[in-house]
Design a protein around this ligand. Sequence first.
Ligand code: ADP
Ligand code: RBF
Ligand code: MG
Length: 210
Amino acid sequence: MSEGRPQIIGPDSGPEPPFPLRMGGKVVSGFGRGSKELGIPTANIPVEGVSWIETAESGVYFGWAGIQLPPSHPDLTKKNQDSTAPSINPTPTNPSPQTTTYPSAPSPPSAALEKGWRLYPMVMSIGYNPFYKNTVRSAEVHILHRFEKDFYGCEMRVSILGFIRKELDYVSLEALIGDIETDCRVAGASLDREHWQGKGEMKYLTGEED
Ligand code: ADP
Ligand code: RBF
Ligand code: MG
């Protein structure tokens, strides 16, 4: 249900407290139920040791992600601004994912680029995934970029700039996928504004500051 949902989150003047909220770590395997099979891969990062996570509302958030790709990763040689390919892949349940033009991320400093760091817009889910009735709280990040190859084990950092919606249970997988497509569009539109470029977050996002 995208009708009636706000298409942009937060004021044009930029993120408001408690944002930005940061978390990071190595990308680990998730529930193995194959969100990729839903066409929506999510990079899971451990929630242990993240001070704010217990009190954060369960739901969908958006912001920027920094990832340190290994020298052999094919996306290192691709332009970072290929923002027209959908990050959601076609599947039998979702044969035609919407194409969204994603905002191009600000460019990391050249020293960080040389170390393999890249920046991307992201949308993420924090919570219990009521549709799947998880018993542990998870944090999973869907990056708004079509990757040529996985990046398990890589260091990933996220800076969350806003909250999109509470997590919901759904009558069908199609309904869940439909809402996630709307989340991606809302995140893209919200980040594509002058004061939402994550200024001040760049050093954290590219591994230069903890
Ligand atoms: P898992 O259950 O192990 O998390 P997923 O099916 O959710 O498996 O796939 C997640 C993996 O897919 C990530 O860890 C990452 O290596 C890869 N991946 C490829 N494209 C993306 C993307 N656009 N966003 C997030 N992860 C992606
Ligand atoms: N799962 C839910 O049960 N309810 C949700 O409202 C929900 N929203 C999500 C929003 C986004 C942007 C993403 C990436 C995932 C969301 N999920 C939600 C999680 C989804 O169920 C999960 O990615 C798959 O189950 C694979 O772990
Ligand atoms: Mg996952």
